[in-house]
Ligand binder design. Structure first.
Ligand code: DGL
Length: 248
């Protein structure tokens, strides 16, 4: 599993629930975070390097836990790697389509929104409203999940989404704001892509006959490309377990 930082650990958390016996290797590219404001070319280059690092560890499948990396590089990785590659966007789209009745809202980084991937795939089924919310990532990383300032900023970004009945949280960090978003949006279905992605990985491994059904609990190995002072705190917030990371 790789992500631009620690946000993708929410996908690891969901994978641990869905596939408890699997061993997971995670790479968080903290030295080059954020991906959300970078060009498509740069995100593709970083994603390929991250995936190659994972393939050197003999993984059987690669999960792109970052939405921006999925938007810009999933196809490239699927062409270049010898193992199956699963992203976070298509499984989330399928979950949204399963519950949406009228319009679907998508919130994500600037990069993901400007790629148009969500909008292109959803618009054939439902009207779509897509909004970039660049301040959400730093708010979550600061732990301001239920702060008055966060509520104001959430209101500011989500105000235009009056007509939607389903809201896709299209960025690793946004599900941590679910409670605040739900309070402000009222009767709207929130889609957490981490859960949809873990279910898609489980289905694919079963199809390929590669799911580890063993009884012993799988291991998690974490690697990061930088070690910010509050790294351990961030890992625990996103993963829900205190696991230390190795710097590469
Ligand atoms: N992981 C990114 C995503 O899901 C958010 C953080 C970043 O901008 O790198 O799009």
């Amino acid at each position: 599993v790789f992500d631009s930082g620690v946000g993708g650990l929410t996908v690891v958390r969901a994978l641990r629930r869905q596939l408890p016996a699997e061993d997971i290797i995670y790479l968080g590219d903290l030295a080059r975070l954020p991906y959300g404001d970078k060009s498509a070319e740069t995100v593709r280059r970083y994603s390929l390097e991250n995936a190659q690092f994972l393939c050197q560890q003999q993984v059987k499948l690669v999960v792109v836990a970052c939405h921006t990396a999925t938007a810009w590089s999933l196809q490239l990785l699927q062409e270049r790697l010898d193992v199956p590659v699963v992203g976070v966007i298509q499984p989330a789209i399928e979950s949204a389509l399963a519950v949406a009745r009228k319009a679907i809202g998508v919130i994500a980084t600037r990069g993901t929104i400007s790629s148009g991937v969500f909008q292109e795939r959803l618009k054939q089924y439902h009207p779509v409203q897509a909004i970039a919310c660049p301040l959400f990532v730093p708010l979550v990383e600061e732990g301001l999940l239920d702060h008055a300032a966060t509520r104001d900023i959430v209101r500011h970004y989500l105000e235009p989404l009056q007509q939607v009945d389903t809201l896709l949280l299209g960025c690793t960090h946004y599900p941590l704001l679910s409670a605040t978003i739900a309070q402000l949006m009222g009767d709207v279905q929130l889609i957490d892509p981490a859960i949809s992605c873990a279910q898609a990985v489980a289905r694919l491994l079963t199809e390929l006959g590669q799911q580890n059904g063993g009884a012993s609990k799988g291991t998690v190995r974490l690697y990061t490309t930088d070690r910010p002072p509050h790294l351990n705190q961030l890992i625990e917030r996103f993963l829900g377990e205190p696991i230390s990371a190795e710097l590469i």
